[in-house]
Unconditional design. Structure first.
Length: 137
């Protein structure tokens, strides 16, 4: 459950038609990947194009699918992971369906990998819990 890897199509040259297959353990923040359907996300990423329906029950416990839309492009806004959760796909969540607009592929920008992701924080808290600071009398 803690270690998940899969093959992903990454765009590193800036050309949307030039996608190469790599292992998800080689992803770094800043990579742009194509988001496939019916797969678990190997990292946290921001949705750049298209929209996705994801199942976040692994992280939240809710069994209701969530719709994620692409990040709106604006000159003045800065991406904030806490405020812009509706544009963020989290590692460990399952992508049920992707929807592209026109001929563009559904792409996401990797922002966190490994134990820095939301899933990684959850696993780390389970493996290494914080000590209790209260006593019963």
């Amino acid at each position: 459950m803690a270690n998940y890897t899969c093959n992903v199509k990454v765009m590193r040259s800036g050309d949307e038609n030039n996608l190469t297959d790599i292992d998800s353990s080689d992803l770094v923040p800043g990579d742009v990947i194509e988001i496939p359907e019916n797969t678990a996300m190997p990292c946290d990423l921001v949705l750049l194009t298209g929209s996705c329906i994801v199942n976040e029950s692994m992280l939240t416990g809710e069994s209701i699918p969530v719709i994620k839309n692409s990040l709106p492009f604006s000159q003045n806004d800065i991406y904030n992971p806490d405020e812009d959760q509706k544009y963020t796909l989290y590692g460990g969540t399952k992508v049920i369906q992707t929807r592209r607009y026109g001929n563009t592929k559904v792409l996401g920008l990797v922002i966190r990998t490994a134990f820095v992701t939301t899933k990684g924080n959850l696993v780390r808290d389970i493996l290494y819990p914080r000590p209790n600071k209260f006593k019963f009398y």
